[in-house]
Design a binder for this molecule. Structure first.
Ligand code: ADP
Ligand code: MG
Length: 224
């Protein structure tokens, strides 16, 4: 079906229950969600509604109980651990609230080490990312010498360095003040539009969610 060529993420009937001593929590109870190439989708929902769980399953960081996740047609849910790691490395970019940069590496090295490991380093694209994210003057610095907004710009660059098909962001602006958050998100929105990857971004902020193309909400284990 020609119309489906454009879908980078397809989630069908996804279920996940956490089982701890004496307790079962059914967090995802049949989630369905599509993200198209170039589409920027906001995922909202109360604290504890399962937003991070959903992103972890899509990224292959944890396994679902049932249902299916496809990234560009490949079923993540069918892959081995090694296959999921390769998919994550080559096809998915991840950005978290805690910027998660490597403290011992310069900005330059933080930007490129993952794409180098993936064998997907592209010097021209790297230079363009540095330019678009305004990181030119910061390349020799270390993460501790950066502001929060600067650190998150580096994390976005790192996530996009290997030209992923899908960018997953879990409250990426949660540690930033409003003005800085607006600036960082504007850069991310433009970069996603420029690269044509899909974006699925968890946010608490209705204001920020409204700046993306579409909003979905996770509630009682379902996405609406
Ligand atoms: P959100 O990101 O929307 O705040 P989470 O996905 O982090 O929600 O968590 C959803 C629910 O699952 C919460 O009730 C949380 O306590 C529970 N949960 C998350 N991770 C685990 C885990 N590893 N083991 C047991 N329960 C978990
Ligand atoms: Mg969360």
């Amino acid at each position: 079906m020609a119309g489906n060529d454009n879908i980078v993420l397809s989630v069908r009937n996804l279920t996940k229950t956490y089982r701890t001593a004496g307790e079962q929590v059914s967090v995802l109870r049949g989630v369905n969600l599509d993200v198209a190439a170039g589409e920027r989708v906001a995922l909202t929902g109360e604290s504890g509604s399962g937003k991070s769980t959903l992103l972890h399953l899509i990224a292959g960081l944890d396994a679902a109980d049932g249902g299916e996740i496809r990234i560009a047609g490949a079923a993540v849910t069918d892959l081995s651990d090694t296959g999921r790691a390769a998919l994550r490395r080559d096809r998915i970019g991840l950005v978290f609230q805690q910027f998660n940069l490597v403290p011992s590496l310069s900005v330059e090295a933080n930007l490129s080490f993952q794409s180098r490991i993936a064998g997907r380093h592209d010097a021209v694209w790297h230079a363009e990312l540095v330019e678009r994210l305004g990181l030119g003057g910061l390349l020799k610095r270390y993460p501790e010498q950066l502001s929060g907004g600067q650190q998150q710009r580096v994390a976005i660059g790192r996530a996009l360095a290997a030209r992923p098909l899908l960018l997953l962001a879990d409250e990426p602006t949660g540690n930033l003040d409003e003005t800085t958050a607006d600036g960082v998100l504007a850069l991310a929105r433009d970069l996603v539009a420029h690269t044509g990857c899909g974006l699925l971004m968890v946010t608490h902020s209705a204001r920020l969610a409204a700046t993306l193309d579409r909003q979905v909400t996770l509630h009682t284990g379902l996405v609406r």
